[in-house]
Design a protein around this ligand. Structure first.
Ligand code: ZN
Length: 409
């Protein structure tokens, strides 16, 4: 069984330092390359789905979370406030309040709705140190988040579109959810008290799940404090479940923040907020992908996509030129020269890279490369430009394949 904490260290993806603190991992260059790729992947998918991206600060005044309801319902999971002059500022436990303020900062007509605001933003959770480990439970979280501000009539379609975006992203990533959960409130004072609000939002999400055709189960006690959620659950190698993606319908925060838009009748109307996360937190997703692939990532996610292997010192300059050409084309490439050992040893140590390109005297002379695909399959030498173009196309398509079917031997 793959443990992402062990692999993450062995593959130099991330680590922690007691001086930074537990639950506060840092990302090494190879891990950062994966993270950057995932962030660009989701931004691209969101742009195509009509989202616009913003940045907002990871801190806010305590008052902001009093308005949103986090202070009353979620304070135990938040870091304690910091005194700053006469103010108290808080590390944010979610992005929703900031996005509500961004919506509120400009007047909106019904013609602009649905307005989809997305952000890959940092948020913080005061997890107890006992549950921390690796990337799956952290105190500093990079969340793929978005809020759709829409009319009540648009909310079901927006939630359904978000669920579809989640399913498409999972397919591209190779993520297979273990179940879809309709998360409902439980007992206790954790939830805002407005029976009609819960019934309306629950009926809406139930309809979305039923229309999508995915099997789901309703679970009490797992809702957000402001509304029910669709949670898409993944499991690690030990069968421990966690939520990766989520869709929520919220009638509460628009009310708390006094959000409105001008309707066709010229009067003020209250929008609905659909909260959704397609790939969840980058930390949890990367932990899952490390375990899923055991470090042998699809080419588009691999930290190093092409390893150039000059047979001897004589081919080093050609290998360096080929590497630069790969970098210019946007491919992540490294040279593993003879100073790293015999060709056999270098091939073994680069075994997780999707592509190895051996550069011998003959290839150096005629501008060809002899590609070895991860797993050992060897292709006939082909012009370097053709190799990079084929790899580039597979990477751009987020393909799970290392080589087009039927191309080359
Ligand atoms: Zn939210």
């Amino acid at each position: 069984m793959n443990d992402h904490r062990k692999l993450g260290r062995e593959l130099d993806l991330f680590d922690t330092d007691p001086l930074m603190g537990s639950g506060l991992p840092y990302w090494l260059p190879d891990g950062a390359a994966i993270r950057h790729t995932l962030e660009e992947f989701i931004r691209g998918r969101e742009r195509r789905a009509g989202y616009r991206h913003v940045y907002s600060p990871a801190l806010g005044k305590r008052e902001l979370y009093e308005i949103s309801g986090h202070w009353a319902h979620y304070r135990e999971d938040m870091f304690p406030p910091m005194e700053l002059g006469s103010e108290q500022v808080v590390l944010r436990p979610s992005l929703c309040p900031h996005h509500a303020l961004i919506f509120r900062s400009r007047p909106h007509s019904y013609r602009e709705l649905p307005l989809r605001i997305a952000e890959l933003g940092d948020m913080y959770r005061a997890e107890l140190s006992g549950v921390l480990g690796g990337l799956s439970r952290v105190r500093a979280i990079r969340l793929n988040d978005a809020h759709v501000f829409c009319t009540p009539e648009q909310a079901a379609d927006e939630a359904a579109a978000a669920l579809e975006l989640i399913r498409e992203a999972h397919r591209a990533l190779g993520v297979r959810p273990v179940r879809y959960r309709l998360s409902l409130p439980g007992g206790g004072g954790k939830y805002v008290a407005d029976r009609a609000l819960w019934e309306r939002a629950t009926a809406l999400l139930t309809g979305v799940l039923e229309r999508s055709g995915v099997p789901f189960e309703a679970v009490e006690g797992e809702a957000a404090f402001y509304g029910p959620k669709i949670d898409v659950q993944i499991a690690d190698g030990a069968g421990r479940e966690s939520t990766l993606s989520t869709v929520q319908v919220d009638f509460h925060q628009p009310e708390r923040f006094g959000l409105h838009y001008t309707g066709p009748d010229g009067a003020r109307h209250r929008p609905v907020m659909v909260h959704r996360s397609v790939i969840g937190s980058i930390e949890r997703l990367v932990a899952h992908l490390i375990e899923l692939y055991g470090g042998a990532f699809p080419a588009w996610l691999a930290p190093t996509q092409v390893v150039l292997l000059p047979v001897s010192e004589a081919e080093l300059p050609q290998a360096a030129r080929l590497r630069q050409r790969c970098l210019d084309l946007g491919l992540r490439a490294e040279v593993a020269g003879p100073e790293h050992g015999t060709l056999g040893a270098r091939i073994r140590s680069a075994r997780l890279a999707p592509y190895q390109a051996v550069v011998g005297a003959r290839e150096a002379a005629d501008g060809r490369v002899a590609l070895r695909l991860r797993g050992g399959r060897r292709l006939d030498p082909l012009p370097a430009e053709e190799a990079w173009a084929r790899i580039g196309a597979l990477v751009a398509a987020c393909s799970a394949e290392l080589w087009p079917a039927g191309a080359g031997r």
